[in-house]
Design a protein around this ligand. Structure first.
Ligand SMILES: C[S@@+](CC[C@H](N)C(=O)[O-])C[C@H]1O[C@@H](n2cnc3c(N)ncnc32)[C@H](O)[C@@H]1O
Length: 298
């Protein structure tokens, strides 16, 4: 894949004094929003159509149209390649252009990336550690942390990216080299459920964006409790909820074979609270699909 594509929706970063409240960190961000007409057409026509049209016919159509988004989900449901295609500004296939332009989830994912990167950049800047270390669990190639490292003012900040899939790192290394962050990121192939073995350095920020929806409550709770034991008091955990507001879960389950676990911000915060986090702030992207939530180690 061509790395020049998949550029973030660039938002000019503004110098921000330390110590401002998390609520003020995101007020100037520019998000993607569908217009009222598109929302009405989606809710009244497109969503019912894709949710209830026979799945084998939809799958055949996507195969014939050579959709890379569909193919990547069939091979690796919710994997990093489908994220790259959703983030990507120039998709090769007509079907993917349609899915990623009209689809609520791809648009909400791009919004989550913008929101997550800004929040991480602010947390890095606000850290009282000399070289803030971000542990990214289920990082994929690292688009969000790369954006954050480029936005933050602390050039000494470092990140460890953990993912099951080694292919994500081949792409991620090229992305980091191209963006000039190659010497600030480290790639660790592994299962986030084995995070205990990845904590030789206590993380100043833990990032769990795009991973909780693929883990059970017990797995989220266990990972959070394990990292909490190594984190300093006040260190941040960043994670996201997923609501059914996208209206296409039936389509994703039947056609993409994607099983995502939907949880409210409150549900996830309860899991994180039990693991030792507190003082939560939840930041919604405008489609209402994702909240990016920050908790602090108590
Ligand atoms: C939906 S992608 C999110 C990528 C990135 N965090 C983002 O938001 O752009 C989920 C990633 O989590 C990885 N993943 C899923 N389960 C995992 C596990 N148990 N351990 C490590 N990585 C995992 C997948 O390989 C994939 O790269």
């Amino acid at each position: 894949m061509d790395l020049r594509r998949g550029e973030p929706i660039l938002v000019q970063d503004m110098a921000e004094p330390r110590g401002t409240s998390p609520e003020s960190w995101t007020t100037d961000l520019v998000f993607e929003r569908p217009g009222a007409l598109r929302r009405a057409i989606k809710a009244g026509i497109l969503n019912p159509l894709v949710n209830y049209f026979p799945a084998p016919i939809l799958r055949l159509a996507l195969r014939l149209l050579r959709s890379e988004l569909a193919a990547s989900n069939w091979t690796d449901p919710g994997g990093w390649r489908s994220m790259v295609i959703s983030y990507d500004g120039e998709r090769k296939r007509f079907a993917d252009r349609l899915l990623c332009t009209l689809g609520t989830i791809p648009m909400a994912l791009r919004n989550r990336r913008v929101l997550g990167a800004r929040i991480l950049a602010r947390l890095i800047d606000a850290s009282d550690q000399p070289a803030p270390h971000v542990l990214c669990l289920g990082a994929g190639p690292g688009h969000i942390i790369t954006d954050a490292l480029l936005q933050c003012r602390r050039r000494e900040a470092r990140a460890t990216l953990v993912d099951l899939n080694a292919d994500a790192f081949t792409y991620g290394r090229r992305l980091a080299a191209q963006k000039g962050t190659g010497d600030r990121v480290r790639f660790v192939q592994g299962d986030v459920r084995d995070v205990a073995g990845m904590l030789e350095q206590p993380p100043d920020v833990v990032k769990m964006l795009g991973i909780c929806e693929y883990l059970s409550d017990e797995q989220v709770a266990s990972i959070a409790a394990t990292v909490a034991r190594r984190m300093r008091r006040g260190a941040a955990m960043v994670f996201n909820s997923l609501s059914e507001a996208h209206g296409t879960d039936r389509f994703f389950r039947r056609v993409f074979r994607l099983q995502m676990i939907h949880r409210t911000p409150g549900h996830l915060q309860d899991l994180m609270r039990a693991a030792g986090f507190t003082d939560f702030s939840a930041h919604a992207e405008p489609l209402g699909v994702y909240h990016v939530i920050v908790g602090r180690k108590g």
